[in-house]
Design a protein around this ligand. Structure first.
Ligand code: FAD
Length: 346
């Protein structure tokens, strides 16, 4: 006798089977792509290979045709390009309509976006409209043996890493923060298939208008911890704001940026945009020097993918040593100035 038919399972298959392909939404501003889109292209490539499907770049904007070639260089096989003046500046409504049009028409299995202001806004709106799940701020992505996207992210205040799956609905949607995934190598000789889409939406159908764009002028002076190649970070062990001067000195020698733990930021020793960790920035520098930082899980999730981690802590049991490439057990007020002096001598 044939095994009994599980109606629920049949229904699930009917619903999800038409969906194929991995999509990466290519975020851009004035035709300038966001780096996170190419980082996601690297993850998308791996997912597409595991699923044995094609990787698509979704490019929405005005005068953005050149981004298709760039997407191929970072691993895309094909690019849907929606190039219309109405998409010139990001607004939720036209981008939402465009994405939903594409999802309904082509049924992707996986959709990835950067966890940026734009990506967070758009991903949530699309997931709600197409009635599927969305996992925000993923730190790891993989595929299980049933073609489900395994979306790993910190949960319960970072105390556990949860793997979340959306096995009943498609597409499976995830956002990933900038710098969480490595930038794949760019292959300038790569080619792909451009798929222009004629979708249009009239300005009259959109409620929002961009009246003025004000650029943040402090931007050029602002320190970018997330993009830094070298970071010297301080925690509660620094004891006071003025003590960060010794970290600034070391950073000056290395051409590094000074960051810190949440404790340091909460104490007012550093501005909030320097915070590294779950509720701060995710960093991936070549060298991360952690001074007087214990290594709480919420801090580790933001920096553990750094190439080299040097930890300075007087407590040999501090959890930071578990992720450190090199550990120095000692008083940071002795070690840091000695290190600065030694580098100066080189
Ligand atoms: P502590 O844990 O107090 O560690 C200080 C360390 O300095 C100790 O290990 C001590 O041995 C060492 N030390 C002291 N004096 C010296 C000395 N003279 N020389 C050498 N070593 C010395 N934290 C973040 O960092 N980033 C986040 O984004 C973040 N998000 C959070 C989100 C949530 C929801 C929650 C609940 C917490 C979050 N936290 C975050 C806080 C986190 O749990 C820790 O409390 C915090 O990271 C601890 O900071 P710290 O390591 O500087 O301080």
């Amino acid at each position: 006798a044939l095994p009994e038919v599980d109606e629920e399972e049949l229904e699930r298959r009917r619903r999800i089977d038409p969906y194929r392909g991995v999509w990466v939404f290519v975020e851009q501003n004035d035709g300038e792509p966001a780096r996170v889109s190419w980082e996601l292209m690297g993850s998308g490539r791996q997912l597409a290979d595991s699923l044995d499907v094609e990787l698509f770049a979704v490019i929405i904007g005005s005068n953005v045709g050149h981004l298709a070639q760039e997407a191929f260089c970072y691993g895309a096989d094909c690019a849907y390009v929606l190039d219309q003046p109405v998409f010139a500046r990001y607004r939720t409504e036209p981008y939402l309509e465009a994405m939903c049009y594409l999802v309904d028409k082509y049924k992707p299995e996986v959709v990835l976006m950067g966890a940026t202001g734009m990506g967070r806004d758009l991903a949530g709106a699309v997931a709600t409209r197409v009635k599927t799940g969305l996992t925000a701020d993923c730190t790891g992505l993989g595929i299980d043996d049933k073609r489900n996207l395994m979306q790993t992210r910190p949960a319960f205040g970072g105390n556990i890493m949860a793997t979340i799956m959306c096995d009943k609905f498609r597409p499976q949607m995830a956002t990933v923060r900038p710098h969480v995934m490595p930038l794949p190598e760019r292959n300038p000789a790569a080619t792909g298939l451009v798929l222009p889409e004629g979708f249009d939406i009239s300005e009259a159908a959109i409620f929002s208008r961009v009246l003025e764009v004000i650029t943040d002028k402090s931007g050029k002076d602002r320190v970018d911890v997330a993009g830094a190649e070298f970071i010297v970070s301080g925690g509660r062990g620094l004891m006071a704001k003025e003590n960060f001067a010794i970290l600034e000195e070391l950073a000056g020698e290395l051409g590094a940026v000074v960051g810190g733990s949440r404790s340091a930021v909460d104490a007012g020793w550093l501005p909030p945009d320097r915070q590294v960790g779950q509720t701060g920035k995710t960093v991936r520098p070549k060298i991360y020097i952690a001074c007087g930082i214990s290594g709480a899980i919420q801090h580790l999730v933001g920096m553990q993918d750094s190439d080299v981690i040097i930890a300075i802590n007087r407590d040999p049991e501090a959890p930071i040593f578990e992720v450190a490439t090199f550990g120095i057990v000692g008083d940071l007020f002795d070690v840091v100035p000695a290190l600065t002096m030694r580098i100066r001598e080189l």
